[in-house]
Write a protein that binds this ligand. Structure first.
Ligand code: SF4
Length: 341
């Protein structure tokens, strides 16, 4: 079922073409055509979303799976997605649903109103709703309406995103979306252009704006052998995070597994991930985590001052060990985050 989109404009009164201002592609879409994400259509001069009310996934996940390690740690997030994405990463780990509208020309999904989703989240004992698996920017109307319902029930909302939304959308999200994990895929624009079909600059600008808007931010970099695993590139990313966003932004270094159009590339060696972890720490980041390696000893959160393990993680099992009111119980140092125990 179609639903009028937000953030679009007609190019001229006597022109049926519209510009979508939801993400940095800012597609100009002729009447009867789709935007680059293939889930927004110009219908006789009006932009509509084709994924409102159409969930393709609904799961109860640990918040750590997003990954968000400093946002209501140990809680559960009711996680939803629709089909579609504004990127076309050749390594996408969820390509079966993210690329379906583009590759299969179909938009599957089960009807669920924002109120139904929020109530289901509450019934499942979740502390938040996560808009995740695919790119939530492309289902922003649905996500923001659901976020309003969730807030009315006392729940928080989080995005797991490529960070390619427009500043206009980020301003609409402020106050509704409380936390975001953004993929910073590389430190080179060429990577974004060639591998993802996007650009780096809008993502970098959004990282800063997210913080300015008071939305909790964590960053993930999927480290892919031969593509973005050089010391120089990893150091560039770590240094950018530290110098532009500060030492408290958590950085998740995630292991690549062969997927989609990169099924011939081997998984990231543990040594590469550990090298990236060391680079992050050397650059001054206080919270650096190796991800997608269950049981890795960097999964736990340590006090940035005395090194005590304050939150222990083994896979998705989370245990608060030495934290009270967000402070290390050994030395009293504040551990950054939202609703820290
Ligand atoms: S969300 Fe992005 S990709 Fe989709 S139509 Fe709008 S500008 Fe284009």
């Amino acid at each position: 079922m179609s639903h009028e989109a937000i953030l679009w404009e007609r190019l001229a009164d006597d022109d049926l073409r519209v510009r979508c201002n939801l993400c940095a592609h800012r597609c100009v879409i002729p009447s009867g055509q789709l935007g680059a994400c293939c889930v927004r259509e110009n219908v006789d001069g009006m932009l509509v979303t084709l994924v409102y009310d159409r969930t393709i996934s609904q799961n109860v996940d640990p918040i750590e799976k997003k990954p968000l390690f400093h946002f209501q740690p140990g809680s559960r997030a009711f996680s939803i997605a629709t089909a579609g994405c504004n990127f076309r990463c050749t390594f996408c780990q969820n390509w079966e649903i993210s690329q379906l509208p583009r590759e299969g020309s179909v938009i599957p999904g089960n009807p669920a109103t924002p109120r139904q989703v929020a109530r289901a989240a509450q019934r499942a004992g979740c502390a938040s709703i996560a808009y995740t698996y695919t790119e939530p920017t492309i289902f922003a109307e649905y996500a923001l309406d659901t976020a309003r319902e969730a807030i009315a029930l006392g729940l928080k909302n989080v995005f797991v995103s490529n960070g390619y939304m427009t500043p206009e959308l980020l301003h609409l999200m402020a106050g509704l979306i409380h936390g975001i994990n953004v993929d910073l895929k590389a430190g080179r624009g060429e990577f974004y252009h060639r591998i993802s079909g996007g650009a780096l600059e809008p993502v970098l600008a959004n990282l800063k704006l997210i913080q300015q808007l008071g939305i909790w931010l964590e960053v993930t970099t999927l480290v892919i052998p031969g593509l973005n695993d050089s010391d120089d590139e990893l150091r560039w990313v770590a240094h950018y995070l530290f110098s532009e966003l500060g030492p408290d932004v958590p950085w998740h270094i995630s292991r690549f597994y062969p997927q989609y159009r990169m099924s011939d590339t081997p998984p990231t060696p543990a040594a590469t991930l550990e090298r990236a972890w060391q680079i992050g720490r050397d650059e001054g980041l206080r919270y650096v985590y190796v991800g997608n390696v269950p049981g890795h000893d960097t999964e736990s959160t340590r006090c940035p001052a005395c090194g005590t393990i304050v939150i222990e993680r083994v896979g998705y099992q989370t245990r608060v060990r030495a934290l009270r009111d967000g402070k290390c119980t050994r030395c009293g140092t504040v551990v950054a985050g939202v609703a820290m125990p």
